[in-house]
Design a protein around this ligand. Sequence first.
Ligand SMILES: [Zn+2]
Length: 487
Amino acid sequence: MKKVLSLLLAVSMLAAIIVPAFAQEKSETHNPDECGNVPVIIVRGMDFGGLYVDLGTENETPAINTDVGMIVKGALKAIGMSIIRFDFDYFIDGVIELANGIFKNFTMDENGDSLYNVSVPKYPESADNYQNLCDGEGFEYGMVRTCIEAFGEGHTYYINYDWRLDPYVVADDINAAVEAATKKTGHDKVNIVCCSMGGIMTVAYLDEYGYDKVNRCLFMSSTFCGAQVASDLLCGKVEIEPENLYNMLRNLTSDNKFLSFLIDALDFMGVFKGVTALTDYIFDNYKEEVYKDTIIPVFGKMLTLWGLVQPEDYENAINYIFGGRTAENAAFLKRADALRELMDGRTALINEMIDNGVEIAVVAHYGTPVVPVYENSHFNGDGTLETYQMSGYATVAPYGETLGDNYVAEKPEYLSPDRVVDLSTALFPEYTYIIRGAPHVAGSYGTDYADFLVWLLSYDGEFYAGASEKYPQFMISDSAQTLSSFE
Ligand SMILES: [Zn+2]
């Protein structure tokens, strides 16, 4: 026995020395036909705090200005002036000034390009060349690490981008990664994983560059059908409803019995109605001013947001933001119109891809309220985006409700067992997974969900939702992203 052990030890020591050398050699003469792994391109979502001014120079600063001194000074000025003058107008003016100080660097020029020298760190080589990507834990970073480990060196690329830009500009970056991955590995196709805002960026890529080099495309918590929040904000539909506010706070405190009790007590006492009476007063009296002085100058010309507007809201949004000023904004509106056309053509484009052998999966989550600041904040969601759009327009009950006992699904097999989501109306029901309780962009490293991602990227059989018994079309996620079926 001892002999066997020492032999094993010797062999493994030898392997430890030889294998890295062998691996090195293998990557230089990588044979795609023997590899079996398709390169993966991960297109991340919006990284609100991930933009930098003068990146890579000694003047580099985060684009979002969170300088505490500036914020405290601005807030004190707003409060002080409104007290001195005994007039709420001064407070709003101060808040607008403060917001413009924080978001100034986000401003776009008249054509919808960045006004200032803002950019993001980029990763042109395969992801295993970057230590921070090899060590990823949560969200897209976790996915990248999972893919590096599952599919080997040189087979994972990570797209980070300035989320304010025209999706057609970001499409160029996606194309560069697809070209690099295919050229360097010798594989002729890639798998694309697009997360959150990466959805619309990927649709722009597919429209601009085609799908010849795409084997499989996964739309994870994505904006491939836009987002209600963008529609509402650009149509001026800001609003805080007591019930939506309560739902969000109750969800945030659900792990803490005392805080949950407190939220319920405050609700019982009518506090949320009071808060929203105040916000109603602010919106009624100052909304126009806030839009004119902050929202339109800073956010009005972010082309990404325009791409997310729902087709039926587009004209309203143009009127609300550019009413009476369409002639002077013609150059920008031409680009915004192109994005509306992109979204109009999306379904036909994806169907054409499917007909030509590209495999897709849509993965959407529900069971977490969205941020309660817009008219449709009662939509069910994943804490960030709405399930309705993420799922490709499934019929979804409002947050906290079901479609009802009398609801009849057009195709009963597409109704979630808890009667909250009906995929009958979704664009691609046979390829769509619906997961209750998973957070926005799940797939943290080491979780069951990460295994699901690897399965989605590597499964070799007929690729439809529920192809594996392990991952049925309707699933439940716990807080550790462990997946289970409805029982
Ligand atoms: Zn390979």
